[in-house]
Write a protein that binds this ligand. Structure first.
Ligand SMILES: C[S@@+](CC[C@H](N)C(=O)[O-])C[C@H]1O[C@@H](n2cnc3c(N)ncnc32)[C@H](O)[C@@H]1O
Length: 251
């Protein structure tokens, strides 16, 4: 909070005024800070907490889900409470969102035990002791709700097409009313951009795993049918990734 101007008398109510005298503030009001929008420091701390190979991967990942995109998501997520990170991988984004808002208690779930082990180490090294990570598949793991928010970053297209709806139903049921389900995925147009992304995905998962991308309108329709209020944006990138960010609020 700004201090009162030296020559200004405190008002009888005991309230103070900002320096410009334009905004009335209560003494108990919280101080507003704008954290560095690009979050570079947060990313560097995460990278330093990882072994060399994963550190390189983290820099690649953070160059795809770059800080400008993360800042959008950061503002859409609640700043405190329990948040579910579905398919958390190495916990890169739990570590990011946990640093920008330390009041968040993030629960990460991923079927890959090695990644979960690393997510735990990264969180411990960064002092994010309120986070927890569990080996499990979102389709059948026992996940204890409720959650104030959940996010699913580039995971939905790894779920077989005929099971995606059931996963969204499950996530809806884990959320409190008014909770936000944040999905970052890849839309299917233009086709050349989808092909570019799919080739990179294939380099990671091979040719046998099914990849089930959907057009952003199809996600929107499905989420609306499931009782969410849906907003979405396509996020341009210097590389041809057809990113879409979907914020679905449970009604
Ligand atoms: C492209 S990676 C994304 C990881 C992380 N969300 C990120 O953005 O860096 C996809 C992740 O989804 C996980 N995953 C795949 N199928 C899953 C499922 N059924 N339940 C939970 N996680 C799953 C994979 O193990 C992998 O870590």
């Amino acid at each position: 909070m700004s201090a009162a101007a030296p020559d200004s008398k405190p008002p009888a109510s005991g309230r103070t005024f900002s320096l410009r005298g334009l905004r009335r503030e209560r003494p108990d009001q919280q101080r507003f800070e704008a954290p560095e929008v690009f979050g570079r420091e947060a990313i560097n701390r995460i990278a330093r907490a990882l072994p060399l190979f994963e550190r390189a991967y983290a820099f690649v990942r953070f160059s795809i889900l770059r800080p400008k995109l993360l800042s959008v998501m950061d503002l859409l997520l609640t700043d405190e409470g329990r948040i579910l990170d579905v398919g958390c991988g190495f916990g890169l984004f739990a570590a990011y969102f946990g640093q920008t808002q330390p009041g968040r208690r993030i629960v990460g779930v991923d079927p890959d035990a090695r990644r979960i082990g690393l997510a735990q180490k990264v969180a411990a090294r960064l002092g994010l002791t309120q986070h927890s990570f569990h080996v499990g598949d979102v389709r059948d793991a026992h996940i204890e709700g409720p959650f104030d928010a959940a996010y699913v970053l580039d995971v939905m297209h790894h779920i077989p097409e005929d099971q995606q709806r059931a996963v969204l139903v499950h996530l809806r049921d884990l959320l409190v009313p008014g909770g936000v389900l944040l999905i970052k995925d890849i839309t299917t147009e233009p086709a050349s951009h989808l092909l570019f992304t799919e080739l990179l995905d294939r380099a990671m998962v091979g040719w046998n795993e099914p990849l089930a991308y959907r057009h952003h309108r199809a996600w929107g329709e499905m989420l609306s049918e499931l009782g969410f209020k849906v907003r979405m944006v396509r996020v341009p990138d210097v590389l041809p990734y057809p990113h879409v960010v979907i914020a679905a609020t449970k009604l």
